[in-house]
Design a protein around this ligand. Structure first.
Ligand SMILES: [Zn+2]
Length: 221
């Protein structure tokens, strides 16, 4: 153990400065092992990859803006490139933040992708592809993905149940689009609605009482 002459305390671990006063520690003591294992964060694990993606994003953003300024008669398409890069990084941010809970990560991505697609659709003269295809496909595939992953990875029930319910609720949202008649193509939405009803049924039939208890706990009822 090393000593801090200033604070008169012994310091455990492989550090050179005192955690209290930041003074240099007495080097004479025996070096000791750190008490806590150092766990690499996702930033360390994927540091190079993240830097590379960041660099590529900057290159694409700068290059497309510069090219767009040279040929302004083609409209301001570089704004869409910048928007796309921003969407990618917002998504990545949430993937990194919520990575510990896979169901949570997927649920956040469903919300983000749905919002992004509606905004893009609206900004590009509303053709309806976001509610016709993107939202039902994203909702349906996320329900299937969460369902399969939680079974395969044996995730504890309480870690995914609330997200199962959320995913199933999202899956029912296209019923609003369907009933209001704003859809151009109805099949993806119908499949998504059907899937979420089956999902709900499975949830309540197989995990009934525990899911109600979990929901009460989470919603502070
Ligand atoms: Zn000290």
């Amino acid at each position: 153990m090393k000593r801090c002459q200033h604070c008169n305390v012994a310091v455990v671990g492989q550090v050179d400065t005192c955690p209290l006063c930041q003074c240099s520690l007495d080097k004479t003591g025996e070096p000791s092992q750190d008490i806590f294992p150092s766990i690499p964060t996702i930033y360390h694990q994927y540091s190079f990859l993240l830097r590379l993606v960041l660099f590529i994003s900057v290159v694409i953003a700068v290059a497309s803006t510069a090219i767009n300024f040279m040929f302004t008669q083609s409209g301001w398409w570089s704004l869409f490139v910048l928007g796309g890069i921003a969407c990618l990084w917002i998504s990545l941010y949430f993937i990194i933040q919520k990575r510990a809970n896979i169901s949570k990560t997927i649920t956040y991505q469903v919300i983000l992708i749905s919002l992004f697609s509606v905004v893009w659709d609206a900004l590009t003269g509303w053709r309806g592809w976001s509610i016709d295809y993107v939202i039902p496909i994203v909702c349906a595939s996320s329900m299937l993905t969460v369902g399969i992953i939680t079974k395969v990875k044996k995730v504890p029930k309480e870690d995914y149940m609330i997200y199962f319910v959320l995913e199933a609720l999202f899956g029912i949202i296209p019923i609003i689009f369907f009933l209001t008649g704003i859809l151009n193509t109805v099949y993806p939405s119908l499949i998504c609605i059907a899937l979420s009803l089956i999902f709900f049924a499975a949830l309540f039939i197989f995990t009934g009482p525990s899911i109600i208890a979990e929901l009460k706990k989470r919603l502070h009822l």
